[in-house]
Design a binder for this molecule. Structure first.
Ligand code: ZN
Length: 286
């Protein structure tokens, strides 16, 4: 990609895909990594369109946090239009379990079907993605069959680049968090994390209070649609110390795609980490 490479910095963009998830990590060398690939019916945003318009024809890595349609819906288009070098997912889940779970819940979506087909053709090579992105990437997951729920089988990604330390936990639920929290390496990753993407779109069943015995984030990011359920009203702000974002004078503790739209995270040379909502980006990052 050509858009940010002149800045020689990594840019992470969390897109507004309503109740779903899609983040793009653009490395300082121009390489691209997608974390999930949901789309927005409301705005028409699709990562495939966005990347195509950016002059990109290759994606160095795609991390699929889990096999749910709101995280995978644009995958058929991405696969058709781009060369995808690496695909990372929880490798312990049998294809048959995903299909059976989806059929019981009403059917297998096109994005999920595409993801299942990629499981047999990709080697799940994490080191290839780390070196393509020039970032430290650590992955954790619970294993099937100890866990059967696809949310608790989410692939959790920690990404570190300069002073950017971020977690993408997919839709992990309390039981899944608790099992991973027994691992010291997982606790250590949480201790390093400064940007906490809330699990399961910030909803109640993705929340685990114990996580914040280890994790003391500056800011929490929530990707979700408008509030219609009480379960969307978890107070993550009490766990964050706050950071100045864009033109806001007061530090922000929680940013949401529903209120802030697209959210940019980057660090220019010699500067602190910036977190800028789309409305404050002045078109520079649009
Ligand atoms: Zn989801």
């Amino acid at each position: 990609m050509e858009r940010f490479s002149e800045d020689k910095t990594m840019v992470i963009t969390v897109f507004d895909v309503q109740h779903g998830f899609c983040a793009l990590v653009e490395a300082d060398n121009g390489n691209a990594l997608l974390v999930d690939c949901g789309h927005s019916v409301k705005s028409g945003f699709r990562p495939s369109r966005f990347l195509g318009a950016s002059g990109c024809n290759r994606i160095e890595g795609l991390i699929l946090t889990h096999f749910d349609e709101d995280h995978a819906s644009d995958l058929p288009n991405l696969r058709r239009r781009f060369k995808i070098d690496a695909f990372l997912y929880n490798p312990t889940i049998p294809e048959t379990h995903i299909i059976k779970t989806k059929q019981e819940a009403g059917g297998v979506g096109n994005g999920t079907r595409e993801a299942i087909s990629m499981m047999t053709t990709y080697a799940n090579d994490q080191s290839e993605v780390s070196s393509a992105m020039g970032a430290e990437i650590h992955l954790f997951y619970n294993s099937y069959p100890s866990f059967q729920d696809l949310n608790d089988l989410s692939l959790v990604t920690f990404l570190h680049y300069k002073d950017i330390h971020i977690i993408f936990p997919g839709d992990l639920q309390e039981a899944g968090w608790k099992a991973l929290l027994r691992r010291r390496e997982f606790q250590e990753e949480l201790e390093r994390t400064k940007i906490f993407v809330a699990s399961h779109h910030g909803r109640a069943n993705g929340y685990c209070a114990e996580v914040f015995s280890y994790c003391h984030p500056e800011v929490v990011i929530i990707s979700d649609k408008q509030i219609v359920h009480e379960t969307q009203c978890i107070d993550y702000g009490k766990h964050a110390s706050g950071i100045n974002c864009g033109s806001d004078k007061d530090p922000r503790k929680v940013l949401t795609t529903r209120k802030d739209g697209r959210i940019y995270i980057y660090q220019r040379p010699g500067k602190q980490v910036s977190i800028v909502p789309y409305s404050d980006s002045g078109g520079l990052l649009a």
